[in-house]
Design a protein around this ligand. Structure first.
Ligand code: FES
Ligand code: FE2
Length: 396
């Protein structure tokens, strides 16, 4: 199928009705045809806020994390002034990938010709360019990507015009602060990876309905009080809630449970946040398309506070595959940042930028971040487009 037209869109969604009692699913092709997945990557995943990691991984100045977002390589850094920065992880010279995995660094040095960038994305040095005409490193920044910190998690958005997540998500931040006030103090505990032979939309549907729970999750139905189960939708997110963790059940021991509610949230389009009954815990499950009819999630199983699998968030880690989910447990590591317990999630106070020029940030605020934006180095802009096509095609 060629790229879907508006008429195709109307046809594939013809069975949808505003009244859920009268509605049905999309047409079958929407779950199998690569053309629909390509459209979704452009229209949904490249324009929505995508979860990257817990703030623990980017807490300290110099910390960085890399990720693939809708097939695009992205890097997020914490600069010396405490601000988060995000940009395409693509050198402005000949489009080599810059950072790998996650870790800490003071500078970003391209492995190809050693162009060197600050953590704000500002080019700081380019060997043997002193004789070039009209070439000034101060004019060159990495192409920026929107980044926000919300309730202890870091999200990015490839759409330079996107409404801020804090606005789109409405009261979610207050709800998370009320239900899981310890999110900021949690630390990474455990990770699993699942490859699912199903379209990502099916996986989201499965997450959002508990119709199958009495049949497929009998133990879960003894853990929670199903009579108290409720679903609330609020803008771009929804919540499923049930009282739980109070009585003996066939799922797991909840003696001395301090968390006595089962609460899960879904944030448009593919982020699931989960809080289980028992000891303090939190799980993030990101549902990532992995090709037509294939989905990947890396859910980290319910964690124990003193798990021995905890790891340093800033130790360099190979991330050949994007870590999509993480379960956090608390008490095994204490946050070094003491934040006001006001129920809000304050951003770090700004300090003078000690790393490099802040011109890149200013440019990101006023200029679209798409790498196809005309570049100061023509080879970089054309090469970046090639990288984009390759990554879209799953090459390299
Ligand atoms: S310095 Fe990065 S590609 Fe040449
Ligand atoms: Fe299920």
């Amino acid at each position: 199928m060629a790229r879907p037209t508006p008429a195709d869109l109307d046809a594939i969604g013809a069975a949808w009705q505003p009244d859920p009692h009268a509605s049905s699913t999309l047409g079958a092709d929407a779950y199998t045809d690569p053309a629909w997945l390509d459209l979704e990557l452009d229209a949904i995943f490249s324009r929505s806020w995508q979860w990257v990691c817990h703030v623990e991984q980017l807490r300290e100045p110099g910390a960085y994390v890399t990720a693939q977002v809708a097939g695009h390589p992205v890097a997020i850094t914490r600069a010396a002034d405490g601000e988060l920065n995000a940009f395409y992880n693509v050198c402005r010279h000949r489009a080599h990938q810059l950072l790998e995995g996650a870790g800490t660094t003071r500078r970003i040095v391209c492995p190809y010709h050693a162009w060197t960038y600050g953590l704000t994305g500002q080019l700081m040095g380019a060997p043997l360019t002193q004789d070039l005409i009209d070439f000034d490193v101060a004019d060159i920044c990495l192409h920026g990507v929107r980044v926000e910190e919300l309730a202890g998690f870091v999200y990015v958005n490839l759409d330079a015009e996107a409404v801020p997540l804090i606005e789109q998500s409405g009261t979610l931040i207050e709800e998370l602060a009320r239900v899981a006030p310890d999110i900021e103090r949690l630390t990474f505990a455990h990770r699993l990876t699942y490859e699912i032979a199903s379209d990502w939309k099916n996986v989201v549907d499965n997450f959002l309905e508990c119709y199958h729970c009495p049949v497929a999750h009998k133990d879960f139905c003894t853990l929670v009080e199903m009579d108290t189960y409720e679903v609330v939708t609020d803008g771009i997110w929804s919540r499923q809630y049930a009282e739980a963790g109070k009585t003996a059940n066939s799922a797991y021991d909840v003696e001395d449970a301090s968390v006595t509610m089962q609460t899960v949230w879904w944030l448009w389009p593919n982020t699931c946040l989960l809080r289980f009954p028992g000891r303090p815990n939190f799980m993030v499950l990101q549902i990532l398309p992995d090709g037509p009819g294939r989905t990947r999630t890396d859910p980290d199983g319910p964690s124990r506070p003193s798990t021995s699998t905890s790891r340093s968030p800033n130790r360099p880690q190979p991330r050949s595959r994007r870590s999509a989910t993480s379960t956090m447990s608390c008490r095994s590591r204490t946050s070094r940042s003491s934040r006001a317990s006001s129920g809000a999630w304050p951003r770090r106070p700004s300090k003078p930028d000690a790393s490099s020029s802040s011109e890149c940030r200013e440019a990101r605020r006023t200029r679209p971040g798409d790498p196809s934006t005309p570049s100061t180095t023509s080879t970089a802009s054309s090469s970046t487009r090639i990288v984009r096509r390759w990554s879209r095609a799953g090459v390299g």
